[in-house]
Design a protein around this ligand. Sequence first.
Ligand SMILES: NC(=O)c1ccc[n+]([C@@H]2O[C@H](COP(=O)([O-])OP(=O)(O)OC[C@H]3O[C@@H](n4cnc5c(N)ncnc54)[C@H](O)[C@@H]3O)[C@@H](O)[C@H]2O)c1
Length: 357
Amino acid sequence: MIKICVIGGGAFGTNHLRAFKQMERKGEVKLLALSDLNEEILEKQQESFGVKGYTDFRQMLEAEKPDAVTIATPDHLHKDIALEVIDRGLPLLVEKPLDVTVQGAREIDRKAREKGVFLQVDFHKRYDPYHREAERIVKSGELGEIQYGHVIMEDVINLPRDCFPNWAPRSSPVWFLGVHFYDLLTWIIKKKPVRVVATGIKRVLRNMGVDTYDSVQAKVEYEDGISLTFDTSWILPEEFEAVVNQEFRLVGDKGMIEVDSQYRGMRGCFRKKGMKTFNLGFFEKTEDKWGNEEYHGYGFESIMDFVYNLRFLRQGGKIEDLKGKVAMGEDGVVTTSIAAAVMESVEKQGIPVGIRL
Ligand SMILES: NC(=O)c1ccc[n+]([C@@H]2O[C@H](COP(=O)([O-])OP(=O)(O)OC[C@H]3O[C@@H](n4cnc5c(N)ncnc54)[C@H](O)[C@@H]3O)[C@@H](O)[C@H]2O)c1
């Protein structure tokens, strides 16, 4: 039985807890404990998930002796924790992005390799069945050589304004949203990014006291002349029909594909709430036959896959065998390299920035 501890039990850490609790009920994992600096959150999650709680993650690791750890702390707080976890030889799942500096991401990846520790990065867009199909189509050659493409990922303003205004200034639409699709599209086209040109605007959120970019538009050039543009922002009105608006298209020599990852065919209109769409692919809450909450969808599958990968390794599988199948440290480095180059170009007002992998 794989014994797991979670570090960071905020908004997304809750999904780690849900995933492992549900796996625990099926005898697939043992959820030992949660560490969170915030005592209120810790108390609430202890009550909801029946786990032990620690404010100090080191103390938790010492006392609980887990087999593996997941990290869902704010973006800029992944690195130091990840390095300590790796030092202890524990396999880990790190929320995206691996780190917010290329140097930091490289350091985490290098240390994991040196120690032979399995390091997975939670890029769940790869688990969306539509995205998997897009990857399969591109790999099959049906589109011919890819020439260009376009991506949109936009969040409603509540997230940076209300949910994490304290750390939004240390993040951006690039670090919070862009990384999802930088990883996804790089995985789909299987080419190396070489250069970016990007611009961004700080206005709406800054005027509300949250000093971060509202939006960033980036053109990422890959080898073989492929060029993809990424529109990212987190200032959509809260009246928007979903928390996130997301889509992409890819055009090749022989065809094109378009994926609307937001509107999946079901929508409703509700008093005071207006229009709402449902993305059950990401997150579907049901009940098991005992009345326990049960979650499905790619947002959970990527977290659960961490456990299946650990089992594979326990049964004698090699980390090398998971390469290309799972987002690991080196994918985290590529994505962080794109995001860092985008931010550098934004800061330099659109000057092209090269990516050296
Ligand atoms: N995969 C996804 O779709 C997705 C979605 C949202 C957020 N995320 C990622 O998840 C991470 C967390 O985001 P969030 O929205 O849950 O943020 P959040 O602010 O809601 O939660 C972060 C939690 O980490 C805790 N924390 C900070 N430092 C800690 C430490 N040293 N030890 C223990 N706990 C610590 C905080 O107290 C807080 O409760 C971020 O990296 C974010 O980018 C991923």
